[in-house]
Design a protein around this ligand. Sequence first.
Ligand SMILES: NC(=O)CC[C@H](N)C(=O)O
Length: 494
Amino acid sequence: MELQKTSNGHQDLSPDRIPENGYVSHFNINTRGTISEKKVTALKVQKFYMTSYLLVCNLFCLKQSFFVGKTSFGMSIFNLSNAILGSGILGLAYAMANTGIILFVLLLTSMAILSAYSIHLLLKSAGVVGIRAYEQLGNRAFGRPGKILAACIITLNNIGAMSSYLFIVKIELPHIIQGLLPDNSDYWFVDGRYLIIIISVLVILPLALMKRLGYLGYTSGFSLSCMVFFLISVIYKKFVTECPGEHSYNKTVPTESIYNSTDDVNCKSDNYYHVSFLLHIKHSEFITFAFVCHPEVLPIYTELKNPSKKRMQKVANISILTMFVMYLVTAIFGYLTFYGNVKSELLEMYSKKDTLMLCVRLAVLIAVTLTVPVVLFPIRRAVLQLLFPDKPFHWVRHISIAVCLLFLVNLLVIFVPNIRDIFGFIGATSAPSLIFILPGIFYICIVPEEQEPLKSRPKIQAIAFVTLGFIFMIMSITFIIIEWVTGKKTSGGH
Ligand SMILES: NC(=O)CC[C@H](N)C(=O)O
């Protein structure tokens, strides 16, 4: 029995390799019918030993998996929820303002269901080949090019997410510190560039150096509670804010908005209903991004205690459902506070002088900062898979990759002013790939024809899923190109 090493260094049984070792054909002699009784008994004994051997191997592998997976069910939910919850939540009220409540709820519900289905495809593919790494699935489906493609998409997407989180820290933390200072002097510590370096070294790096993602369960739990505080404050603000102009620190509304043809600050700006359906759909990008967590699913599965596909799917479903509720409530109350004037980053709408909102900013900042290490883990795994595929765990590699990645992201956030636009483009292509296209294609290629023919229902569903992903991707790219060519924001962003 051949044992295959998984990316995390422990051995897994790969059922598809069983025929290669010759035992199966050896037993087949038995069926030819011309062998003596003595030989049959000998073969039976041999078969008994082989079966016991396979059983011991199986038990050994399962024991290994149990041994490796140490993260509890609850902690895994925290980690996955933290991976889902990021800066995406800040854009949802804006998406709702542009799509309208009904279409938004429909899109959010569909995306949550599709996201859970995508995790189902990933887990099923991973179960068939006995490996638990996204890149390894790529390898199994298309060989080395598949592995490189998956690793590159994960790296780009997660570097994009990390830089968007650090960008929030760079912009928001100086405001918070300034809010606490008696005067408005320009001290060095109110410079966002220094602040992200300090935060990266003191908070993010130590967490990113943890050997296992499971250890981040506690910080993930804390990060989630910060977001719950944000959510409660958004609800509270809806009831104390009378008009968008009142609580918005920036009281001017841009005149070039395609939704508002007047300069008035209206509490209820319903003009967005005139915008074409396609432009409504464009805002589904915000929703797609908000549900991306797929590179983190398999690493979390690998570390889950008593791992099974069903148990991991439960972790995913609970996390997605919880985040769905949080997203919906934030979007509804954020939108009902500012209506059509809401900006693509909800936090920008609240006063910077308000102590409660200062605390909320701090809470969101802590939440996204604590998400950075969780998002960094899959990139490190992808880099390890590409550069050192068969090497066992080594601290030097583990630490140096984390340091290099953080250094790179800091450089990007400090020196590239339009980093968000660049990653907006990458996000538009990588998010549909990670949620729809890759899991669907891996599933179609990896699950054998004998088990599920191409015309079976699950495979046809997967094909439709991949097609949907391509439609999403082409639409997003088209909108971005139109924006670049015309120099105008099709989203009417403020
Ligand atoms: N890895 C990722 O891209 C996570 C994105 C996350 N869903 C967010 O809203 O920020």
